[in-house]
Design a protein around this ligand. Structure first.
Ligand code: F0G
Length: 456
């Protein structure tokens, strides 16, 4: 395992809470065994998300101080210039976060009954598409189904199914194709440039717009430089620029690879589409030169978008993920291979075969990691994707029972990761005694956020 040399040092520190097991047991009971209900000061290592949880650089804070606000702000023109350079999209609409870009684009572009295709739609992307009365169809590549193989580009779209769909009987209903880089819904696996170019060609031929969900564009570009021969001598920045140029626009949650706490944008080539989006932006987010953000947010984002493709930063991030992956394997926990950059996905279904899908092995493991070491993670299994009938009998289960350990950017160091490794090892020691869970209350929509559970 290689050394991790973070290319930055600490300038500001934030104490993290250290709790006792008794306090964690009490907290878990109070929130009805739903980790989303915990207060941040009850969590020692928070691996719930890599979104909006990164540490800003000194340069970002300084840029924020120079920010100004409202119509025609200097910050906006600076931000737009940086985004145009990176993406080549002439129209740049700032928004407060990724899902606002989704809502605006889909409201402007979709009419009920249309279809969208993707390698995998992220859950808010799917929700915003379905809210317009359209159908979101995932076409992940077949390699994605093998969680253990170390194929480097399991985030790809299935090109055969894409071409079949674009030529098939429903072709006229296909409104757009979205490639999610990296593919968060498929364990953060990357998309190759070859796949992106081969997806772009038939989209162009059939006049179907291709958009990138670019939340983790820099991490995708890093993995391309590492694993795709034709791009080995390019910088991540050059790869990212090429990727954006292959598409007609992008949706961006800057809370990931903008390394900011809030922000995002919609990048578009089509000016008439941009004008329609602008009307919705003004009605729901803010004037097109701030889109629900303060000037300082746009300045910090502009800096973050530049810092995020620095090779040393990306290398250290990949090393950290690889280090944690090694600790998980050493502990005897299978992960979705190969590890990406933004998160590690633990195979809870395999670790806890005594817990059936409708007793939520992923949730059981996540709760145990919290109890054991104050680590917060998130289940991605049948609690998130499955369903039951009104008597609680299982109807559908998720294809895999996973737990995501997301890695906030520049936030946790080697000591924290080693603590997580120790907790993984301790958890495995008495894994047979980890109980399953029963749902006692479930809201009708996005139930995993607010449901109540109890161990059985
Ligand atoms: N697209 C992808 C691929 C995402 O991962 C997210 C958010 C969004 C869009 C929506 O962006 O949160 O700024 O509105 N993912 C977070 C996560 C929530 O934890 O993976 P947002």
């Amino acid at each position: 395992m290689g050394e991790i040399v973070e290319p930055y040092r600490i300038k500001v520190v934030e104490p993290i809470p250290v709790t006792t097991r008794a306090q964690r047991e009490q907290a878990l009971r109070r929130v009805h065994h739903n980790l989303f209900g915990l207060r941040a000061d009850e969590v020692t290592i928070d691996l719930l998300t890599d979104s909006g949880t990164g540490a800003l650089s000194a340069a970002q804070w300084a840029a924020g101080m120079a920010g100004d606000a409202y119509a025609g702000s200097r910050s906006f023109y600076h931000f737009r210039g940086v985004v145009r350079d990176l993406t080549s999209y002439p129209c740049v609409l700032p928004v407060h976060q990724g899902r606002a870009a989704e809502r605006i684009l889909f409201s402007a572009l979709l009419t009920p009954g249309r279809i969208t295709l993707s390698n995998t739609h992220f859950d808010t992307t799917r929700a915003n598409i379905e809210l317009t009365g359209c159908q979101a169809v995932d076409l992940p590549c077949p390699q994605a189904r093998d969680l253990d193989s170390d194929e480097p580009f399991k985030g790809n779209i299935d090109l055969h199914r894409l071409e079949d769909a674009l030529r098939g009987p429903d072709a006229s209903r296909i409104a757009l194709v979205i490639l999610t880089l990296t593919n968060n819904g498929e364990a953060g696996q990357p998309v190759s440039m070859d796949n992106l170019a081969r997806a772009a060609a038939p989209c162009r031929e059939h006049a179907v717009p291709l958009f990138l969900d670019a939340a983790r564009f820099a991490e995708n570009a890093w993995l391309v430089t590492q694993h795709e021969a034709a791009y080995r001598d390019m910088s991540p920045r050059q790869v990212a620029e090429q990727a954006f140029r292959l598409a007609d626009g992008c949706l961006m949650s800057a809370k990931k690879d903008g390394i900011v706490h809030i922000g995002g944008f919609l990048g578009l080539r089509d000016r008439s589409l941009a004008e329609r989006c602008e009307l919705l932006l003004i009605a729901t987010e803010g004037f097109p030169t701030y889109g629900g953000l303060a000037g300082r947010d746009m300045d910090m984002d502009a800096h973050g978008l530049t810092e995020v493709t620095e090779p040393d930063y990306l290398r250290a991030r990949a090393d950290a993920a690889r280090h944690l992956a090694g600790l998980a394997r050493e502990a005897g926990i299978a992960i979705v291979e190969p590890p990406g950059l933004h998160a590690l996905y633990l195979n809870a279904g395999r670790l806890l075969p005594h817990i059936p899908a409708h007793r939520f092995p992923g949730h059981a493991l996540a709760c145990r990691l919290y109890l054991e070491g104050g680590i917060r993670s998130v289940e991605l299994g049948s609690l998130y994707l499955g369903s039951e009938d009104e008597n609680g009998a299982p109807v559908t289960a998720a294809p895999y029972e996973l737990v995501r350990l997301a890695l906030p950017r520049r936030t946790y160091g080697l000591g924290h990761l080693n603590h997580v490794g120790e907790i993984l090892a301790a958890t495995v020691k008495d894994k047979e005694r980890i109980p399953g869970y029963r749902l006692v209350e479930r809201p009708p929509l996005l139930r995993h956020f607010r449901c109540k559970l109890e161990p059985i």
